[in-house]
Write a new protein. Structure first.
Length: 159
């Protein structure tokens, strides 16, 4: 039982920690030295279905896959597998929130009146109002500043 809780702890630590990694990478790397890959994501409207920005998933997928591979080859009770699963679960969540819900690349999850989803959508829209790499704000994905939650709560209530 202790091993299961320990592994769930690793999973949660890496899942939650990826929000910080995503924020840091987005703010300092995507809007920094790798802007040439991220710039097409800020164009309105997008020029094509796939953007250069979409290749960032590789940067995030490699550590998750490496940890899962290591954990599977060492044994499922090892924390490496659970660390990799935490990163991978964050990646899947990111895909559904960012690509499906916010940017509406697939035709579902469009009509929600959730305070949480309204807040993160608004924060992301504020981020995209800046078309250049400077003067950005709201670089996270699954957490937004409180003011957007307050705005969404006024609009949708406590849903």
């Amino acid at each position: 039982m202790d091993t299961i809780l320990f592994n769930i702890g690793w999973f949660l630590l890496f899942y939650v920690g990826m929000e910080w990694v995503a924020w840091f990478t987005h703010k300092y790397i995507m809007h920094g030295i790798l802007w040439f890959l991220h710039a097409d994501h800020h164009r309105k409207p997008p020029e094509q279905v796939l953007e250069k920005n979409d290749f960032f998933f590789v940067f995030f997928a490699i550590p998750g896959m490496a940890l899962i591979f290591t954990g599977v080859n060492i044994g499922f009770a090892e924390p490496w597998l659970w660390m990799g699963l935490g990163i991978t679960a964050y990646g899947a969540t990111y895909f559904f929130v960012h690509d499906v819900f916010i940017h509406r690349r697939l035709p579902f999850m469009r009509n929600t009146k959730s305070t949480y989803f309204a807040a993160i959508r608004k924060a992301h829209k504020v981020h995209h109002k800046h078309l250049g790499k400077e003067h950005g704000e709201c670089f996270g994905m699954l957490w937004a500043p409180r003011k957007y939650f307050r705005e969404a709560k006024k609009a949708y209530g406590n849903k």
